[in-house]
Ligand binder design. Structure first.
Ligand code: 2DT
Length: 213
């Protein structure tokens, strides 16, 4: 082996509406990356922490919270993991994240009286992903895949507003992958193609930058 020229790990985020297949593709990507590199999986909300348990109770409808308060808890749940995230990346591990600050903004800002501008502030300064894989699914197709579950937010009209908010968050780090009328393998091949392209861009030779400067 020659000199170590690998740089830091890539921060790869998956976003999308409910039933878009994020979790399936994240899990597969992590295991395939692990065959060649080291890769780690993270997901938000991380329901295992104290804050995560409050979020879980809120999502299940067992607990009521003001819209601002729950928004800040989702953000806290990311900040409490930021050291672990940065350490993994600096140690050269790729990190694949199932939902991130974009979900935070897209979902909270879908509520009346919650502005996108306000919603972005608590997550300012988190590491900006190198790649955001946005898995797009139409409401029709989502319904065919078994419909929405019982958690808060899993309603058609709400998901439509979330989808619109996502449009305002996209920038050149986003790759939109249409999942309607495609098999899991077809979608995954597209995921892998954008991941490979991101690796070839050598962006991991550059330091991490903060989100929403
Ligand atoms: P999962 O179904 O992926 O566990 O998500 N959400 C998520 C927010 O409202 N704000 C956030 O910051 C995050 C990360 C999206 C549970 C739900 O929580 C929503 C769906």
């Amino acid at each position: 082996h020659g000199a170590r020229t690998t740089g830091r790990g890539l921060l790869i985020v998956f976003e999308g509406c409910d039933r878009s297949g994020k979790t399936t593709h994240c899990t597969r990507l992590v295991s395939e990356l692990n065959a060649r590199f080291t890769a780690q999986f993270m997901r938000f909300p991380d329901r295992s922490t104290l804050v995560g348990r409050m979020i879980d109770a809120y999502l299940k409808g067992e607990k009521e919270l003001d819209d601002h308060a729950i928004h800040l808890l989702f953000s806290t749940n990311r900040w409490e993991k930021v050291d672990e995230l940065k350490r993994a990346l600096e140690n050269g591990s790729h990190v694949v994240v199932d939902r991130y600050a974009f979900s935070g903004v897209a979902f909270s800002a879908a509520k009346d009286g919650m502005s996108m501008q306000w919603c972005k502030q608590p997550d300012r300064g988190l590491p900006r992903p190198d790649l955001v894989c946005f898995l797009d699914v139409s409401p029709d197709e989502a319904q065919k895949r078994g419909g929405f579950g019982r958690e808060r937010y899993e309603k058609l009209e709400f998901q439509a507003r979330v989808r619109q908010n996502y449009d305002h968050l996209m920038d050149d780090t986003w790759q939109i992958i249409q999942t309607d009328h495609k098999t899991m393998d077809q979608v995954y091949a597209e995921v892998m193609a954008v991941v490979e392209r991101t690796m070839q861009s050598q962006i991991n030779q550059k330091p991490l930058t903060p989100l929403w400067p």
